[in-house]
Design a protein around this ligand. Structure first.
Ligand code: GTP
Ligand code: MG
Length: 316
């Protein structure tokens, strides 16, 4: 494990991929790996990019990579495989589009599937972010299709969330309904070469004015034509402004402490869950369940006793 960690710190892509697989597949070495990860102080700026299928998220990320690499910064991209079967083809497009960066040692791209539950994916994403931070990336971008609650949860992992909208698609109302107003730190109107851009701009402006009256951070609206590299510098500037803002206000620090507390609790749950699973493997388990079923034992009493027993085992 020490060797793997060293290689991750050196930026070895193969080792990073291996570590992510350990996390994704919940392998035995996971806690060993996490032990090292939690000793590392996070420093990367985590950016979430969400929006409807085909909004132009990948094109935008591709352009952002170009911009950021120009400044010599290191960047990692996590593309969350869309849970919707409709976007299958588009993902292939992503891979082709970003392919040209694949040989750049300062760019790491990984797609993560929605195998198992999406809630589990959010957790794996969080842990993957730690690996990518340790790898020395300055920026970690998470791209996800913004539809359900679970995708919103994935976006919670980000320090700065970008919501990508398109003109002429009724997008402002959609954004309002889908809860994207709450999570957006920056709005991007991509495809602003298309008609309806100004109308959408005013609608979002109005929504921000009414929903973010008291907010200290008012999300900027950036117009982009990502296919023509327009508005990319403005987006990058807005992202940097937002990161400075949350750092200066102590928001980032507070957020990361809360995240750690949550992760701590989750790990405790996992340990306990594991103990329960072990306990269920004992022969007495079925006997006890039978007796509960026939009202010979009281479920709550047995649960209390078992709980005590498990806690004591842990202390021994
Ligand atoms: N006219 C116009 N087309 C664009 C712009 N940006 C992206 N597109 C096109 O929109 C299509 C979808 O772009 P993607 O970047 O794959 O969109 P996406 O949001 O990543 O799509 P999913 O990953 O499927 O959700 C592509 O054909 C792009 O060429 C833009 O600014 N203007
Ligand atoms: Mg995409």
């Amino acid at each position: 494990m020490e060797r793997l960690i060293q290689k991750i710190i050196q930026g070895d892509k193969r080792s990073v991929a291996k570590a992510i697989t350990i996390i994704e597949n919940d392998l035995q070495e996971k806690y060993d790996l996490l032990q090292h990860l939690y000793l590392h102080k996070r420093r990367a700026h985590v950016i979430g990019i969400t929006g409807a299928p085909g909004a132009g998220k990948s094109t935008l990320v591709d352009r952002l990579i170009q911009e950021i690499r120009g400044e010599g910064l290191k960047i990692a991209i996590i593309a969350i495989d869309p849970s919707s079967p409709f976007s299958g083809g588009a993902l292939l497009g992503d891979r082709v589009r970003m392919q040209k960066h694949a040989t750049d040692s300062g760019v790491f791209i990984r797609s993560m599937g929605s195998r198992g539950t999406l809630g589990g994916l959010a957790k794996a994403t969080k842990e993957t972010v730690r690996i990518l931070d340790m790898m020395g990336n300055d920026l970690i971008v998470i791209e996800t299709v913004g539809v359900g609650q679970s995708e919103l949860e994935i976006m919670n992992v980000a320090d700065s969330t970008v919501v990508v909208l398109n003109p002429g698609a009724g997008d402002s109302i959609q954004a309002f309904k889908a809860g994207l107003m709450e999570i957006a730190d920056i709005f991007v109107i991509n495809k602003s070469d298309l008609p309806g851009t100004q109308k959408l701009y005013h609608e979002i402006e109005l929504l921000i004015e009414t929903t973010k009256q008291k907010a200290e951070w008012k999300p900027p609206i950036v117009k982009t034509i990502s296919t023509e590299h327009q508005g990319i510098i403005e987006l990058w500037t807005s992202l940097q402004n937002h990161f400075s803002f949350i750092k200066e206000k102590g928001i980032l620090d507070r957020q990361r402490r809360e995240d750690l507390a949550k992760e701590f609790e989750e790990i405790l749950h996992q340990f306990f869950q594991h103990q329960i699973e072990q306990w269920k493997k004992q022969d007495t388990y079925h006997v006890i369940m039978d007796q509960i079923y026939h009202q010979k034992l009281n479920l709550i009493d047995v649960a209390k006793q078992t709980y005590q027993q498990l806690i004591n085992e842990k202390n021994e």
